[in-house]
Design a protein around this ligand. Structure first.
Ligand SMILES: [Zn+2]
Length: 396
């Protein structure tokens, strides 16, 4: 009956696109040295911040940020998230926030510090400010937190009610981070295109189309500018690439929402976090996961566009230092059993890998994971037509 299907459509729309739209932070301040103005901005949100940091940023927070906040009469408690953005840390930080009578939470650090701060603020219904100290993810922007075990194994993600109230992106601060964090951020951000173009399906919704096209623009910016950016840290092109990984990648998640979710690249990342000795960081594993996803599309769909995209990325990865295979990830000695475990977790029933438009078996996935650098028959690439219908796939 028309009325029933209308009601069903309406309720779906309400659940997926009306109530849960969290497009952007309330305010973004970016530039060189903007941390100096952070205290005044933060004081608009509260006077007793809980400052959530990582073990590696705690000294920087105490020496640089805390005195600035004190000048504006803000009374700050500094707490490290500890082992990971895990349930025990979240519990400890909620207690710390209540003991401190915190009225605002500040995340200062990498993706895990920011995810932890956002989730604590969400749970306590407090405003949150994010100050990224690296460009390794878009966590400073998004209304999403990933929760891990104490040993860093991915468990689940939590959709937050809104993006951060304030994001402070200080290029001088980002420049203090090791170069490989920006390289990882490039890997995480470029995944938006390969995942959103699949997970959005054939959606005709305005915001979904816009998000997928932004993901394509983001990919092109990264392919074109990353090499130059990494040669001149702090320069204009470098700042543009930082904007791409921290801000534009976040815009895509905000616009696309639940229908521009991750697919196999992040599912493979999640599986790998359950293997002991995964020393690489998030975006590095995701970058490798893109190659696995493309390899699956190539092997199971005979998708020649995926084959040529993989070759293009292999060259790009070699140029900028992203991992092209398990060996590059420091997992060259992974056992067959560990590979299978990673694969099984990637294929768990709730995994986003099932957004692929075809079924993937454990054997398929393990085969793809060990063949990310396999050569492609270039004659086939030229002669076959895309199945995805995206004719701008190859930039060169
Ligand atoms: Zn990611």
């Amino acid at each position: 009956m028309p009325s029933q299907s209308f009601t069903r459509n309406l309720s779906n729309q309400t659940a997926s696109s009306l109530l849960t739209l969290a497009v952007s932070p309330g305010k973004v301040i970016r530039g060189c040295g903007v941390l100096q103005s952070a205290a005044v901005e933060i004081s608009r949100w509260g006077t007793r911040p809980l400052l959530v940091v990582g073990n590696s940023t705690v000294t920087m927070a105490q020496k640089s940020l805390q005195p600035m906040l004190a000048q504006e009469n803000l009374v700050t408690a500094v707490k490290s998230y500890g082992a990971d953005c895990c349930e025990a840390s979240l519990q400890g930080l909620r207690t710390a926030a209540q003991e401190h009578q915190a009225d605002v939470v500040i995340g200062f650090g990498g993706g895990k510090a920011l995810d932890t701060a956002k989730l604590v603020a969400h749970q306590l219904r407090l405003p949150v400010v994010t100050i990224p100290t690296s460009a390794a993810t878009c966590a400073a922007w998004t209304a999403l937190s990933n929760v891990y075990s104490e040993t860093g194994a991915f468990l689940y993600d939590v959709a937050l009610s809104n993006c951060p109230d304030l994001l402070i992106l200080d290029y001088d601060l980002i420049q203090t981070a090791p170069q490989h964090t920006l390289v990882a951020g490039i890997g995480d951000a470029i995944a938006k295109w390969y995942e959103a173009s699949v997970s959005s399906g054939n959606s005709q919704q305005t915001l979904i189309i816009a998000a997928v096209q932004q993901a394509r623009v983001l990919r092109d910016i990264l392919l074109q500018k990353s090499g130059t950016a990494l040669k001149a840290p702090g320069g204009e092109v470098w700042q543009e690439v930082v904007d791409a990984t921290v801000l534009l990648a976040g815009v895509i998640g905000g616009l696309g929402g639940a229908q521009c979710r991750t697919v196999a690249a992040h599912a493979v990342h999640n599986g790998l976090t359950h293997i002991p000795g995964h020393g690489s960081i998030h975006g590095e594993k995701v970058a490798y996961g893109i190659l696995v996803q493309l390899r699956l599309e190539e092997m199971l769909q005979n998708n020649q566009l995926a084959a040529s995209a993989r070759q293009q990325l292999l060259k790009f990865y070699a140029d900028i230092g992203l991992p092209r295979n398990l060996d590059d990830l420091g997992l060259g000695n992974i056992t067959l059993k560990e590979l299978q475990t990673a694969g099984e977790i990637s294929l768990a029933p709730q995994s986003d890998i099932h957004r692929l438009p075809f079924k993937v078996s454990i054997e398929n996935l393990m085969a793809a994971m060990v063949s990310t650098t396999a050569p492609t028959d270039s004659r086939e690439v030229i002669n076959r037509v895309s199945t995805r219908g995206m004719n701008e796939e190859v930039l060169e």
